[in-house]
Design a protein around this ligand. Structure first.
Ligand SMILES: *[C@@H]1O[C@H](CO)[C@@H](O)[C@H](O)[C@H]1NC(C)=O
Ligand SMILES: *[C@@H]1O[C@H](CO)[C@@H](O)[C@H](O)[C@H]1NC(C)=O
Ligand SMILES: *[C@@H]1O[C@H](CO)[C@@H](O)[C@H](O)[C@H]1NC(C)=O
Ligand SMILES: *[C@@H]1O[C@H](CO)[C@@H](O)[C@H](O)[C@H]1NC(C)=O
Length: 414
């Protein structure tokens, strides 16, 4: 290829020493060369002061607040909580180099600093990190929930709540359970998407919480009100009382309400199984069972059906829709035991994932008969990929739950 025509001569060759520039900036911060601003960072409640020889221009690049603060002074005393003071070096380094590494315990103090000094990019970065690491080692979801409430970060608060509700059994058995605030407990109790063995497990978890949290009398009283509130719902539910509340049972894992189903190599072919559930929660139903047949279909499109828009003759073929290739799960009653007057059966499918030795719920889907009603059933699971996050050792871990739903709009004549 003549050199005048090679791609290089048209687009130029990149000389890229950006890594070295970052190193220089880091050195500048470490050695304080030509520094024009000194930051005195005081850890509140301690005599500790850390000194940073910095550069007004660089601090101001990311933060309007620093630009204003330092416009007419060459030093500033900053009072920070102890945990924030401890990560201030990382924070300043981010301002210089645009990167840092976060540990679970550093997320809150870093987010706090980013918020205080108005560094929006770091704020977003840490919030994203937190939403992605809710299941992390020391179980940070409870602490992060409280932090999100305090700062009004609605997206983070909702992520934490969703995580805690779906993984409640694991959380209630962990050390962080005692750190749950009465407000969070109340939020959790009101949700029908809690995943639990049965209602008894929730009562035990509440008992444990009272023992761990040792709340003052006023709070104990309020949390006891939560318990009796739950009890009242349970009683109303058990006796089918014509409750004005559209009360939906929670996701109980106990055998009376559903069954686990492990599907090995789910991408391979269609599978079916059956299981039994108790038709309702009252004592009258305790000995009765409804049998359900389940069909799982990975529905991977054969090559011949993959989207083709025109054949060689120019005839337009019907294009396959993307949802045609999506997995499907159908649950039907084996006999006439299905929906009856005043009650229908909602199916909930929990999809498990193993993380740090615990099997946690990755996703919950609800529908009446077919997962197609849920729309996004396993939409992102990519079952053909061996390391799909939805597979545990190449198996799909499902738990099928059938919930009787009583229609409250039906009035019983007096
Ligand atoms: C320069 O190199 C760094 C890695 O050393 C890379 O991250 C960056 O994208 C490169 N920049 C360009 C413009 O190629
Ligand atoms: C910073 O100053 C030290 C000496 O105090 C010098 O050795 C070093 O090269 C300087 N670094 C830069 C980036 O100017
Ligand atoms: C710097 O300016 C701000 C107002 O812009 C003022 O409040 C502050 O006292 C000034 N600080 C010094 C050291 O002059
Ligand atoms: C429950 O935990 C799993 C595994 O850590 C996680 O992937 C999932 O998102 C959690 N559930 C919810 C609803 O957040």
């Amino acid at each position: 290829v003549p050199s005048c025509c090679s791609p290089e001569s048209r687009s130029g060759t990149s000389i890229n020493h950006s890594q070295a520039v970052l190193q220089h900036l880091q050195e500048l911060l470490r050695q304080g060369n030509a520094s024009n601003v000194v930051l005195w960072v005081q850890a509140v409640g301690t005599g500790e002061v850390r000194v940073f020889h910095t550069h007004c221009l660089l601090l101001g690049l990311h933060s309007e607040l620093f630009r204003e603060l330092l416009s007419n002074q060459s030093e500033a005393v900053l009072q920070e909580p102890r945990d924030c003071a401890a990560v201030f070096d990382k924070f300043v380094r981010y301002l210089y180099c645009g990167e840092l590494t976060v540990l679970l315990t550093q997320a809150i103090p870093l987010h706090r600093l980013a918020t205080k000094y108005d560094v929006a990019s770091l704020q977003r970065g840490v919030a994203h990190y937190m939403r992605a690491h809710l299941a992390g080692g020391a179980g940070p979801a409870v602490g992060w929930y409280h932090y999100a409430v305090g700062t009004g970060d609605e997206a983070l608060r909702e992520s934490c709540l969703q995580f805690l509700a779906c993984n409640l059994s694991a959380v209630a058995a962990s050390a962080e359970w005692g750190a749950v605030s009465p407000e969070l407990l109340w939020q959790l109790l009101q949700r029908s998407n809690l995943v639990l063995q049965d209602e008894l497990e929730l009562f035990r978890a509440l008992e444990a919480w009272l023992g761990l949290a040792r709340p003052p009398p006023a709070v104990t009283e309020r949390s006891l009100l939560c318990i009796s509130y739950t009890e009242r719902l349970l009683i109303a539910y058990q006796f089918h009382a014509a409750s004005p509340l559209a009360f939906l049972p929670r996701n109980y894992l106990a055998p009376a309400w559903g069954a686990p189903w492990v599907i090995n190599n789910p991408a391979r072919n269609d599978r079916s199984t059956s299981f039994q559930t108790q038709p309702g929660p009252s004592g009258h139903d305790a000995g009765r069972r409804v049998t359900w047949n389940v069909l799982f279909s990975p529905r991977l499109l054969p090559v011949s059906l993959r989207p083709v828009y025109a054949d060689t003759a120019g005839t337009v073929l019907p294009a396959a829709r993307p949802e045609d290739g999506r997995p499907r799960l159908v649950v039907t009653p084996a006999s006439s035991g299905g929906d009856a007057a005043g009650v229908s059966f909602q199916k909930t499918v929990l999809v498990g994932a193993r993380q740090q030795g615990r099997v946690l719920v990755r996703h919950a889907y609800s529908f009446h008969q077919s997962s197609e009603e849920a729309g996004d059933f396993l939409a992102h699971a990519d079952l053909q990929r061996r390391n799909s996050e939805y597979l545990v050792e190449n198996a799909l871990h499902l738990h099928l739950i059938v919930k009787p739903v009583y229609h409250t709009l039906i009035r019983t004549p007096k």
